[in-house]
Design a protein around this ligand. Structure first.
Ligand code: PEP
Ligand code: MN
Length: 337
């Protein structure tokens, strides 16, 4: 449940409340930005006696939660919670576009595309160094060498970088290089990995799984947040459907639904969502229209030669044209890119 504390609660009353909660084995999380006035008390329902807590002198209001996700619930952070990544903020007026190739393939090409993407108005560079491939014989990523290239591109362009981590043993390594660590669709319910990034102090981009419901998805975010890492960005990237004509089925309704249930920002990835570069611009525009807080778009200078996901990668000039359209759409909606 969520407890709103009285503005004038004395330190003694607060201490007493926390002591009571601790005695009952209840976990306490303060809502960021609430000045320690809104807290989530998470524990056994029997231990949480709403009526008794409501009468406690430090408590102004008790909000029982009937959802399984608590920290991801909008009640925990009333309104839209902002997630900061360096100087950037997700969840506000500004829409951020993350762009780059599926994989970091080599230094020269990555630096070249990074420069190009900065000119087009992307604020975050993407590129996988650890790739979750269906076949063990496909390109698996450059590993730490790829991370070094990402860091060099950040140094040169000033853009921040997002890259995937797939293994608990690599979380520390990836956090050392990345500004945002990505948990891919295939690992959305890898609970050991979620717990590990929950202990990290780095923003996490958590992609929706290809068969997770929105509720299960928010529970995965809850795993990260319950470890104390509240900087979670969600990403709708399509779910499996009956129709192989597109790689996935983009669930754009998830965007307003997540905004209704949760304070967490959500971005849209039309590249993995559709699997075909032709459908990327229309679905990117639709994502913005649906209220997304950002986009993730794969761009490659030579898609036919890409090591992964070439068929869904936009050419840089197409990305540039798309950015021009997105700016217009954002402005109609009172937002900026
Ligand atoms: C990716 O971003 O390249 C990727 C593998 O995405 P997803 O996990 O959504 O398939
Ligand atoms: Mn990809």
């Amino acid at each position: 449940m969520i407890l709103h504390l009285k503005r004038n609660a004395s330190p003694k009353e607060r201490k007493d409340l926390l002591r009571r909660l601790a005695l009952q084995g209840v976990q306490v999380h303060y809502s960021p930005g609430s000045g320690e006035r809104i807290l989530a008390a998470i524990g056994d329902r029997k231990a949480l006696d709403a009526e008794a807590l409501d009468k406690h002198p430090a408590v102004a209001r008790v909000v029982p939660l009937d959802t399984s996700f608590k920290l991801a619930n909008r009640e925990f952070r009333p309104g839209r919670g902002e997630v900061r990544v360096g100087d950037l903020r997700f969840g506000g007026k500004r829409i951020h576009v993350m762009a780059g190739p599926c994989s970091v393939e080599n230094r020269a090409d990555f630096l070249a595309i990074a420069r190009e993407l900065r000119h087009s108005g992307a604020t975050i560079l993407r590129g996988g160094a650890f790739k979750p491939r269906t076949s063990p014989y496909s390109f698996q990523g450059l590993g730490e060498e790829g991370l070094r290239i990402l860091a060099e591109a950040r140094e040169e362009t000033g853009l921040l970088v997002v890259t995937e981590v797939m293994d608990t043993r690599d979380v520390e390594l990836v956090c050392r290089y990345a500004d945002i660590v990505q948990i891919g669709a295939r690992n959305v319910q890898n609970f050991a990995l979620l717990k590990e990034v929950g202990r990290a102090r780095k923003p996490v981009l958590l992609k929706r799984g290809m068969m997770t419901t929105v509720n299960e998805y928010l529970m995965s975010a809850e795993y990260i947040m319950s470890g104390g890492n509240y900087a979670v960005l969600l990403c709708e990237r399509g779910v499996r459907s009956f129709d192989p004509a597109t790689r996935n089925m983009m669930d754009l309704a998830a965007v307003p639904l997540v905004h209704h249930w949760s304070h967490l920002p959500i971005i849209v990835d039309p590249s993995h969502g559709t699997g075909n570069w032709r459908w990327v611009p229309p679905l990117a525009k639709a994502g913005i229209a649906a209220g997304a807080d950002g986009l993730m778009i794969e761009v490659h200078a030579n898609p036919d030669q890409a090591y992964s996901d070439g068929e869904q990668s936009l050419l840089p000039e197409r990305f540039r044209a798309l950015m021009r359209d997105l700016k217009k759409i954002a402005s109609v909606l009172g937002r900026t890119i």
